[in-house]
Write a protein that binds this ligand. Structure first.
Ligand SMILES: NC(=O)c1ccc[n+]([C@@H]2O[C@H](COP(=O)([O-])OP(=O)(O)OC[C@H]3O[C@@H](n4cnc5c(N)ncnc54)[C@H](O)[C@@H]3O)[C@@H](O)[C@H]2O)c1
Length: 354
């Protein structure tokens, strides 16, 4: 193994705090990557980088350009709110760095396409941390569906419903102030889970989105979404932040995959095969979850380092793949705003050609 890669992390509170506490110390333990510097516009938030990454005061910055000019590193890690992702991408590319970014690529389709073009034309590598698809429960459901043991996949239904209606209940204030918080900050994960389960990109999406009078959000916090994938599989999703009770929240999703010869249900991390008996009664057989050393961002970040070193040929959520995820996301947003179904592939082509 060569020398560990050096990174600069931008955004060190909120999710960035988790990166500093868990994801990044593990990369150092593995000898894959070490911190070069940290940046956060709020100096107090840099304490996480000092405490957990061992960075000195001189290597903690409140200005991105100063940090990137002064400190040499191989890749940038972006953990700022989505509307600031592009400016970090610009700084990273100006310093010939690869990029590992929190989802979504950016907060609108135009910015996602600009990032896509800038990164691919610079010939740099970028991956997006779609943490929930790479969690153990969703990977186990994917493995069961793809095993072929239950025949062809017909359709998938997902549910993610939570009681987060009060301002601040969903963490950072930007989530309560932005337009389309549910889809941009939440459903982007579920779109990627559906893409993984169906092994397909989306053809057409139709969204009904709204914010109930009791929802303390700047835009749609509830949605019902229908998707037709390119390979013909149908997907349906119920998402809510403002219900009276949480049924299936983060890491406890409900997903049901209807295959020709088997109904496979994931509910709050329990995976079951539900098949009718001869007498018609429904029985459930628990299926074991997949085994693996790590999941979510820890796994994604490790794969990123292995991709940089050439140990892996590819990254499953590289930018070139993830552009399909944001195309589905922003087509779904457009559908919610217009009340019309949107052809996702035309939507993507149109935006990439602009
Ligand atoms: N994968 C997941 O499960 C998950 C969970 C939460 C958040 N996220 C993602 O992480 C990102 C950050 O979200 P969050 O909840 O941590 O937000 P947050 O507001 O809690 O934290 C963002 C941090 O970035 C800093 N910051 C803001 N603008 C900056 C700039 N221009 N330069 C440097 N620092 C800046 C803020 O001071 C803050 O410390 C988003 O892209 C979000 O979608 C992912």
């Amino acid at each position: 193994m060569g020398n560990p890669y050096r990174y600069i992390i931008v955004g060190t509170a909120g999710k960035g705090g988790d990166w500093c506490k868990a994801t990044l110390p593990r990369l150092a333990e593995l000898g894959k990557a070490i911190p070069a510097a940290a940046v956060d516009i709020n100096a107090d938030h840099l304490q996480n980088a000092k405490d957990h990454l061992g960075l000195s005061e001189e290597l903690c910055f409140t200005d991105i350009n100063t940090a990137f000019d002064k400190v040499k590193a191989d890749f940038a890690i972006i953990v700022t709110p989505p509307d600031f992702h592009e400016l970090v991408v610009d700084a990273a590319l100006a310093h010939d760095m690869d990029i590992l970014s929190e989802k979504p690529i950016a907060d609108n389709m135009e910015a996602c396409c600009r990032i896509y073009k800038k990164v691919t034309s610079a010939g740099k590598k970028m991956a997006v941390t779609m943490s929930h698809r790479f969690d153990q429960d969703k990977q186990s459901l994917e493995a069961a569906v793809h095993s072929g043991d239950y025949g062809d996949l017909d359709y998938v239904i997902g549910r993610f419903t939570m009681a987060l209606r009060k301002f601040g209940a969903w963490g950072a204030r930007f989530r309560h102030e932005m337009v389309d918080p549910l889809l941009i900050e939440g459903t982007v994960h579920h779109f990627d889970i559906f893409r993984g389960l169906t092994k397909s990109d989306c053809e057409t999406v139709y969204t009904v989105g709204w914010n109930p009078t009791w929802g303390e959000y700047g835009g749609d916090s509830q949605a019902l979404i229908t998707m037709q994938m390119k390979n013909g599989v149908k997907c349906f999703w119920e998402g809510a932040n403002c219900n009276a009770v949480t049924l299936n929240g983060w890491t406890k999703d409900y997903m049901r995959a209807e295959c020709e010869n088997g109904t496979i249900e994931l509910d709050a991390r329990k995976l079951r095969l539900l098949n009718p008996r001869i007498d018609g009664e429904i029985t459930g057989k628990e299926l074991p979850l997949a085994s693996g050393e790590v999941w979510k961002n820890e796994w994604i970040a490790e794969m990123f380092c292995d991709w940089l070193s050439g140990e892996r040929e590819d990254h499953p959520s590289r930018l070139e793949d993830n552009i399909q995820c944001v195309a589905l996301l922003f087509a779904a947003v457009e559908s919610a705003h217009t009340g019309q179904p949107i052809n996702v592939q035309h939507f993507l082509k149109q935006h990439l050609n602009n």
